[in-house]
Design a protein around this ligand. Structure first.
Ligand SMILES: Cc1ncc(COP(=O)(O)O)c(C=O)c1O
Length: 501
C-alpha cells in the first residue's frame, strides 16, 4: 500500500521531511488525504479491497485507531464501503477512478447565458486612481476624520441591534435624511417612504428593470451613454434602443414613440453622460408627457447633479411636475466615495407602498452601520460642507483642464463642463480614440474612449472622456501635453500611411 499512497510524514521526521519549516498535518488527516487522492486518481480502483486496519497500521507506522478513524471517515463521505469482508473502494464517476485515461486539461465548453455575450470588453483594466480617470472623486480630500467619527457614533449607539437584517428598503434614518436633502438641494418631491437604498446606482438600475419590465420589453438609452444602464437592460433581456443625444440632451425622434414604444427610458438630464449636455426644459416636459401617454418610466440618473459649476443649480426632472413618471436614481459614489456602494431610488409616491411588498422579498437591507453613519453625516451638515468644498475644488480643476486643452485643441472640440468631474474632447476621425487611450495608458494616464460609450460606432463618437476629479490641478497641463503629443503622432502616422497607399 505504501507504494500507492506514499509514506506519511511523522512529527519526529518533520525537520528533515519538510524543507519549508511548516508542521506536517496530523497522521490521521494525512492518511485520509492520501487515500482520497489515490481513489480519485484511479490508483485504488473501484471495488478494490483495502488492507485491514491492523495491517495498514503496521505498514504505515501509525496506531490502529488512526486507520480505523480514517476508514470510518472515508466511509461516511462515500469513498469506501465497509462490509463484512472488509473495506472496499466505492464506484465513483470520475474517468480516472473508472480507470479511463483523463481527458487532457481541455476546459469544457461553457454554456453561458446568451446575455453574457452582449458585454463587450470595452473597459480598460486600468487603475481607477490614475490621472484623468473619469468618475473618481478627489479621494485624498475626503474628510476621513469626520467619517470615522460618524461610523464610531453609529457603532456606539446602534450595536448590537444593527448586526441584524434591518429594513429591506434601507435604514429609515438614512431614507429620511436623503429625502430631506433631495427636496432642498435637487427639488425632488419626496419623503423617506419613497426612498429605497441600493448598492450604488447600478443596483438601483437593476431594480428598475426588475420592478417595471418583462423580458423583450423595449428600453431606450442615450447614445453615447452610460454603460451601466446598458448592462442593466441586457441583464433584464430587454430590447435596448439607442437614442441620439445633441446639445439639448436626449433627442428622441417623435416617430419612435409609436414605432418602438418604450417601457423604460434611461436619461442623465443634469449632465448627460458622457457629452455633458443639459436636458432642456422643453425636452423634459415632452418626455414626461409622452412617457405618461405610453405607460413608460423615465429613469433620471442624477449621478453628478450636485456639482453644478455654472449658474444656478438645475432642479431635477422628477420635481418638475406632480406625479411625474420618473424613477429618480442617485449615488454616493461621487459625492462621498465609490467604495461606499450606497445609492438609492426615489419611487413615485403613488406606487411606493405597492412596491414595498415586492421589495420585501427582493432585498435584504444590510450595511446598516454605514447607512446610519451616512444619515448622521448628512443630518449634521458634514455632507453639505463636503459638497461645498468639492464644488470649489472641481471648479478649479476644471478650469485648469480647460486652460490646458485650449493650448492644443479648438474650443468646439470641448464638450460639457456645466456639472461634474469630467470634460469630453471630440477628436478628428484620423485619431482613433481607442488607440490613443492605449498609448495614454502606457504613459500612466487613464482617460476613456468616447466610442466605448456608443451603442453603435459612429463618427461623432470619437474622442476622450477626461476626468479631473481625482487629478490635482498642477498635473493636468503636463498630462494634456502628453495626450496632445500622442494625438499628433497618431495623426502623422495616419497621414504617412495614406500617402504610402
Ligand atoms: C452616469 C453614471 N451614473 C451612475 C454612476 C454611479 O454608479 P455606482 O453608484 O454604481 O457607482 C456613474 C459612475 O461612474 C455614472 O457614470
Amino acid at each position: 500500500m505504501i507504494e500507492i499512497i506514499g509514506p506519511l510524514v511523522h512529527p519526529v521526521d518533520a525537520r528533515t521531511a519538510d524543507h519549508h519549516g511548516s508542521k506536517p498535518a496530523p497522521l490521521q488527516k494525512q492518511l485520509i488525504e492520501r487515500l482520497q487522492q489515490a481513489i480519485l486518481a484511479g490508483r485504488l480502483p473501484a471495488g478494490s479491497l483495502l488492507p485491514s486496519s491492523r495491517l495498514l497500521a503496521a505498514e504505515m507506522g501509525v496506531s490502529r485507531n488512526t486507520v480505523v478513524i480514517a476508514y470510518e471517515h472515508l466511509a461516511a463521505v462515500g469513498y469506501v464501503i465497509a462490509g463484512k469482508q472488509g473495506t472496499r473502494v466505492s464506484p465513483l464517476s470520475t474517468p480516472s477512478a473508472r480507470g479511463e485515461p483523463s481527458a487532457q486539461s481541455a476546459l469544457p465548453e461553457v454554456a453561458y447565458a446568451a446575455r453574457v455575450a452582449q458585454f463587450a470588453a470595452t473597459r480598460t483594466q486600468a487603475d481607477n486612481t490614475f490621472p484623468l480617470t473619469p468618475g473618481t472623486p478627489a479621494l485624498d480630500r475626503f474628510p476621513l476624520g469626520a467619517w470615522r467619527r460618524a461610523l464610531e457614533r453609529s457603532m456606539e449607539r446602534a450595536l448590537p441591534l444593527a448586526l441584524g437584517y434591518g429594513t429591506p428598503a434601507g435604514e429609515p434614518a438614512l431614507r429620511d435624511a436623503i429625502a430631506a436633502h433631495l427636496r432642498m438641494a435637487r427639488g425632488v418631491r419626496c419623503d423617506g417612504a419613497q426612498v429605497v437604498i441600493t448598492e450604488g446606482a447600478q443596483e438601483a438600475l437593476n431594480l428598475c428593470v426588475r420592478l417595471f419590465t418583462n423580458p423583450g420589453d423595449v428600453a431606450w438609452v442615450e447614445d453615447p451613454g452610460y454603460r451601466g444602464a446598458k448592462a442593466a437592460f441586457h441583464l433584464g433581456d430587454l430590447r435596448t434602443l439607442p437614442m441620439p443625444v445633441d446639445a439639448e440632451g436626449l433627442a428622441a425622434p417623435t416617430h419612435a414613440w409609436r414605432a418602438h414604444p418604450p417601457k423604460l427610458i434611461y436619461t442623465s438630464p443634469a449632465h448627460q453622460y458622457p457629452t455633458g449636455a443639459v436636458l432642456s426644459v422643453a425636452r423634459r416636459l415632452e418626455l414626461i408627457a409622452q412617457a405618461r401617454r405610453c405607460g413608460a418610466w423615465l429613469i433620471e440618473d442624477d449621478y453628478d447633479g450636485e456639482f453644478r459649476h455654472t449658474g444656478e443649480p438645475i432642479a431635477s426632472m422628477q420635481g418638475l411636475v406632480d406625479d411625474a413618471p420618473v424613477l429618480y436614481v442617485g449615488s454616493f459614489s461621487k459625492t462621498m466615495f465609490p467604495a461606499l456602494r450606497i445609492g438609492f431610488i426615489v419611487l413615485p409616491r403613488a406606487i411606493a407602498a405597492h412596491t414595498a411588498v415586492a421589495l420585501q422579498e427582493m432585498l435584504r437591507g444590510g450595511h446598516r452601520l454605514e447607512q446610519l453613519a451616512l444619515a448622521h453625516f448628512i443630518d449634521s451638515g458634514e455632507f453639505g460642507r463636503h459638497l461645498g468644498r468639492m464644488r470649489r475644488l472641481y471648479r478649479e480643476r476644471q478650469q485648469a483642464l480647460r486652460d490646458a486643452l485650449a493650448v492644443h485643441f479648438e474650443p468646439a472640440q470641448i464638450l460639457g463642463g456645466n456639472c461634474g468631474m469630467h470634460l469630453t474632447l471630440r477628436l478628428p476621425p484620423q485619431v482613433d480614440d481607442r488607440t490613443l487611450v492605449q498609448r495614454a495608458l502606457a504613459e500612466g494616464l487613464n482617460p476613456r474612449a468616447l466610442s466605448g460609450f456608443a451603442l453603435h460606432p459612429h463618427a461623432q463618437a470619437n474622442g476622450l472622456v477626461i476626468g479631473y476629479g481625482n487629478t490635482p490641478a498642477e498635473q493636468l497641463a503636463p498630462a494634456v501635453d502628453t495626450l496632445a503629443a500622442l494625438a499628433r503622432e497618431l495623426q502623422r502616422k495616419r497621414k504617412r500611411g495614406a500617402q504610402a497607399a
